[in-house]
Ligand binder design. Sequence first.
Ligand SMILES: [Ca+2]
Length: 423
Amino acid sequence: MKLFLICTVCVSAGLFIVSVKAQTPGLIEGQPVDKRPPEKTDNKPTFPEQTRAPYHATAPFQITTLIDTLPAPWSLAFLPDGKILLTERLPGSIRILDTKGVLSEPVAGVSALMAPDAKDIGVLDVALDPHFATNHQIFFTFYDYINGTNSNTWIARGRLDEAKCALIDAKVIFRAQPAMPSKRLGGKTGGRIAIAPDGTLFVTTGDRSDSPPWDVAQRLDNHLGKILHITADGAAAPDNPFLGKPGVLPEIWAYGVRSPEGLAFDPKTGRLWENEHGPRGGDELNIIGKGKNYGWPIAVHGIDYPGKAIGEGVVHKDGMEDPVYYWDPVIAPSGLAFYTGTLFPQWQGSLFVGGLGGRMLDRLTIVNDHVVAEEPLLTELHSRIRDVRVGPDGAVYVLTDSGTATVSPNTPPTSKLLKLTPK
Ligand SMILES: [Ca+2]
């Protein structure tokens, strides 16, 4: 077990640069990353590449810390001028990080979207309109309280005025229904956005359910546990699968998901990929198809967190989609990004998955829609990874999330934005 780690300090910019050899200590080339027994003792893959892909080490890289004082960041987006939009789940805001590493005040106009009786707003994902260069429009997801206690995931848009650090004409374009009471306002919210080439939005929603029966994800009369597909105005997209069906909400594109926090198009195939927090032993990676059912809580890898079987305890059911890949034990996946740059030729075809509970950035090698290799990165940081994105410069950007518990006057926020470049 060797850890190759060199620390240097870049004095001029006040940034820490850590050089890391890409080989992760304790892992053996060609062997599965996780050798612990499955949580569900009879948990078996339905095809050979569905779990425990062989470890494969690739490119050495270095890490630059761009900022290390974020409270609870959730997502980021790259502006054409090199600045970066950062969202904060707590306290809910959008800020702009400039190229010198200076973080702006919260963008004005975001908190104005809060319901009158809400005390907090939690901002989740942010995405630029494909025509941002001319219309300056951004989309973002958030939650707040409706009627004091109920919440769900809402989608808003507005025009970003960078000079004024303000959002102009901000408005909510879609409210997922129903708003649910929850002990944990920020739990199982979904909220990840992927914008299709035609400008329509795909958005994830979690099932918001703390305990069984979890039946909402299989019912089509609500937006919980779904992949939604809407226009830039918040209407159901015109090619949605259930339009005009009585009792079915027209914004639904796919259903039967649990707590999806990653969504990204594969630029090579155009297919939409999703990851989700599953039950104990059942985190999933899925390819999302029109009108498809992803099984929660009927066909499930893993068991309930207290240890019981879920439903009939089956991992496959006809008419439901099997995950492309599952993690058992779980990594608590968040953020999803295909590598599209040229800085790392070895990472072409890779899919990056943030691991919150797994405290690593998982790099998966994808061939013909299957996971053929796995490489956990950044394990030496022991940080929860909330989001991962590939920048226009080909670098990989990673948001750590030290969690809400650290946000207090006595405990300064320590979440980071990291930039990975070749060594
Ligand atoms: Ca599933």
